[in-house]
Design a protein around this ligand. Structure first.
Ligand code: HEC
Ligand code: HEC
Length: 203
């Protein structure tokens, strides 16, 4: 009985965190994402100040992509260019773009970056509970795939949660005690894992 009721509680939690979302139309999303590809479809393109690779979006989870665009719209996530981009999109266009990008899976080879991946792996147990083994199979569709993402972008994201520039209660808690060395090591570990994330080039 006790087991049953905790399973029920777990189901209710999952339902509560899954906003009912109409599946987007990938064809419409392809058209709508033409301006995005100037940056996200250009392998090796880097953001300046701070410098990091523009994140891979191909093969990322659709619900995470949509949620990320909404946090730029609301200002919870700081980045003037992405805020301006996201604010041009309505909810239906966001679903369409998310459906298109999430379908662009590739056999991605990861990169190590500047950190020590073995040391990062030793620290990663707390993370894989949500982001999945190796960061490749997140527990829910709202959590991002980390495996194979650019290590310097992962490190930038972790520093942004720690500083509050990217406002997320869960990730603020998990980054509060990380040193910059821990951040580089975790980024090297997750970034080097094989995944289906890609920078689409044939859009
Ligand atoms: C001028 C270059 C540029 C353009 C154009 C651009 N982006 Fe971005 N995008 C970035 C950068 C840089 C980041 C990382 C910003 C940060 O620090 O949060 C980013 C982050 C993102 C993220 C978060 C990824 C993650 O893993 O957290 C999503 C989703 C995204 N962009 C979608 C889009 C979409 C959709 C468009 C088109 C409507 C677009 N971007 C246009 C540069 C660009
Ligand atoms: C309780 C679940 C949970 C745990 C544990 C967790 N995360 Fe996260 N993580 C999330 C969620 C939810 C997000 C998306 C937050 C947002 O909207 O910005 C996220 C986002 C991220 C991002 C941003 C990815 C991107 O594409 O922008 C990175 C990097 C990250 N987590 C790394 C870690 C690391 C490293 C750890 C362990 C130290 C960790 N996470 C532990 C839930 C978790």
């Amino acid at each position: 009985m006790r087991i049953l009721s905790s399973i029920t509680a777990g189901l209710i939690m999952v339902l509560a965190t899954s906003p009912l979302q109409a599946a987007g139309d990938p064809e419409a999303g392809r058209d709508a994402s033409a301006t995005c590809m100037g940056c996200h479809g250009a392998p090796g393109l880097r953001n300046a100040y701070p410098t990091f690779n523009v994140p891979k979006l191909g093969g990322q989870q659709a619900q995470y992509l949509a949620a990320a665009l909404k946090t730029y719209q609301s200002g919870e996530r700081d980045h003037p260019t992405m805020q301006a981009q996201a604010r041009t999109l309505d909810d239906a266009t966001i679903s369409n773009i998310a459906a298109y990008l999430s379908g662009l899976k590739a056999d991605g080879a990861g990169e190590f970056g500047d950190g020590d991946a073995a040391a990062g792996q030793a620290k990663a147990q707390a993370c894989t509970a949500c982001h999945g083994p190796g960061g490749g199979k997140p527990l829910t569709p709202q959590y991002p795939i980390l495996a194979g993402q650019y290590p310097d972008f992962l490190a930038h994201a972790l520093r942004s949660y720690k500083s509050g520039a990217r406002n997320n209660a869960i990730m603020k808690g998990f980054t509060a005690a990380l040193s910059d060395e821990d951040i580089l090591n975790l980024a090297a570990y997750f970034g080097s894992q094989p995944s289906e994330l890609s920078t689409p080039t044939n859009w």
